[in-house]
Write a protein that binds this ligand. Structure first.
Ligand SMILES: Cc1cc2nc3c(=O)[nH]c(=O)nc-3n(C[C@H](O)[C@H](O)[C@H](O)COP(=O)(O)OP(=O)(O)OC[C@H]3O[C@@H](n4cnc5c(N)ncnc54)[C@H](O)[C@@H]3O)c2cc1C
Length: 439
């Protein structure tokens, strides 16, 4: 151990890179520790999409195409990004027999294009590279290939242990992602509600698909749910499926879908698989006050699952500025970061901290034909959004209005929807039993 830092940041994802860059810009002595050796190479599933032009967690992001910068007007910072991108306009849900629910008005999209975009798909590698260059410009000491195994408070400082190296700082920002080791080491996971271990498998597919431009697609077959998501490259898509059940062979599920599904296999006839990416997430409830022993948890490390790239940047920026303020006020403790907790509570925890996303395994309850019927009765587009919290409540409201129609036309489906609701707690319990709680 040699140099004593003002701040050590663990993890160089969007939250950690932003925190390190902002703290460096404020003149702090900062170390950024990342376990990957190639720091900006993204090896986990992520379409690199950022929601723009609508509020997400009290921020409304804009991409300034002229100067190639993402602008966060509420927080008040910008990030350079001169990589490739493409516009995203909303979601579409496809049923096993070929019906389509549009979340977004695709006729409007065709007329107005970028003007009605609600998202931008970026190259996340490039976005991280742009931010790393900024962090280095502001004299952040960067340590790739550094796997943090422990954090300990010692007197007035915190020691961060990574193999045979120890780093020392007044404050630590833990931005080590959704399966945060630091959250576990500090004992946070013992208090958090555990929802299950979510596994996702993604095939990178090159080709053209019969979907509207810039649409994020959920494909419902009679067996499982898939997503087909555009990337910054017009001919490259992410095809993914997921399960909480460790016995499910996700590769076989994708293989069967692409080759055998009666509706969708034709979509893939001229597409080729060019890569495979995995993702495993232990889902815990968000942390109300993500601070202990001078360690502040930010980004996914303090959230349920994916807080999003855009929100991660905001937590990094806010955390770095709160640490700067605490050091200026010589408050080397929780009181020094009170501004961060207030903001975290108002923007994240209070509005969304207790939200639970129900598992979308409709096929356990409904046949393909029944899912088709449900898709066919939504005849108008649902209001476009890229915000998951708004999206699911809009879909819920749409179906709440259609319940009398379902009851009249298909009472047996109504019974199944009720059964689905009453059994969701049992399914949740099963999910937990299958999972690895990372306590
Ligand atoms: C399937 C899937 C798809 C997604 N797609 C999108 C999308 O299209 N758009 C979007 O906005 N969001 C998306 N997300 C969410 C997004 O990936 C996360 O919200 C975001 O990356 C969180 O940023 P973070 O910096 O908090 O954590 P991460 O991006 O996970 O970064 C954590 C970093 O910490 C490092 N690290 C971990 N442990 C240690 C350790 N012990 N020592 C040192 N370093 C460590 C990791 O290597 C990593 O670099 C997706 C998430 C999932 C699961």
């Amino acid at each position: 151990m040699s140099k004593k830092y003002d701040l050590v940041v663990v993890g160089a994802g969007p939250a950690g890179l932003m925190a390190a860059k902002a703290a460096g810009e404020n003149g702090l002595e900062v170390a950024l520790l990342e376990r990957k050796t190639d720091m900006t190479k993204i090896s986990r599933v992520d379409a690199g999409a950022l929601g723009i032009n609508e509020y997400h967690f009290m921020e409304i992001l804009k991409y300034n195409t002229r100067d190639k910068r993402f602008c966060f007007p509420v927080c008040g910072f910008t990030i350079p990004y001169d990589g490739p991108w493409s516009s995203v306009y909303g979601f579409q849900i496809h049923s096993p027999g070929g019906n389509r629910i549009c979340i977004g008005d695709w006729e409007e999209v065709k007329k107005k294009g970028d003007e009605v975009a609600l998202g931008i798909s970026t190259s996340k590698d490039k976005l991280m590279e742009c931010l790393l260059l900024e962090a280095e410009k502001f004299h952040v000491d960067v340590f790739p290939g550094t796997n943090v195994t422990d954090v300990k408070k010692s007197g007035d400082t915190v020691q961060v242990v990574a193999g045979d190296k120890t780093f020392e700082a007044c404050f630590v920002i833990a931005a080590d992602g959704v399966n945060s080791r630091i959250a576990r080491v500090l004992g946070f996971n013992k208090e958090r509600k555990f929802h299950g271990t979510w596994r996702s498998l993604c095939w990178e597919m090159e080709g053209e698909f019969p979907i509207d431009p810039g649409s994020f697609n959920f494909l419902l077959s009679d067996k499982a749910t898939f997503s087909l998501v555009p990337t910054y490259r017009k001919d490259l898509f992410h095809l993914s499926t997921f399960s909480y059940n460790p016995a499910t062979n996700l590769n076989a599920v994708l293989e069967n879908f692409v080759k055998e599904d009666k509706t969708y296999s034709s979509w893939f006839a001229r597409a080729s698989r060019v890569g495979t990416i995995n993702c495993i997430v232990s889902e815990h409830s968000p942390i109300k006050e993500p601070f202990k022993d001078n360690v502040l948890l930010i980004g996914d490390a303090a959230w349920f699952k994916e807080i999003s790239n855009m929100a991660s940047f905001c937590t990094g920026w806010k955390a770095a500025n709160s640490v700067t303020q605490a050091l200026l006020e010589k408050k080397y403790n929780k009181d020094g970061l009170s501004g961060y907790f207030k903001w975290w509570n108002e923007s994240f925890y209070e509005p969304h901290g207790s939200v639970e996303f129900a598992s979308a395994e409709l096929q356990k309850f409904l046949s393909g034909e029944e899912i088709d019927y449900l898709a066919s009765i939504v005849t108008k587009p649902i209001k476009a959004t890229m915000n998951f919290y708004t999206l699911f409540s809009s879909i819920g409201r749409t179906y709440a209005e259609l319940l009398p129609k379902i009851q009249e036309e298909r009472p047996e489906i109504m019974d199944k929807l009720i059964e689905m609701r009453t059994k969701s707690a049992d399914l949740g319990e099963q999910q937990k039993k299958w999972g690895f709680p990372n306590k």
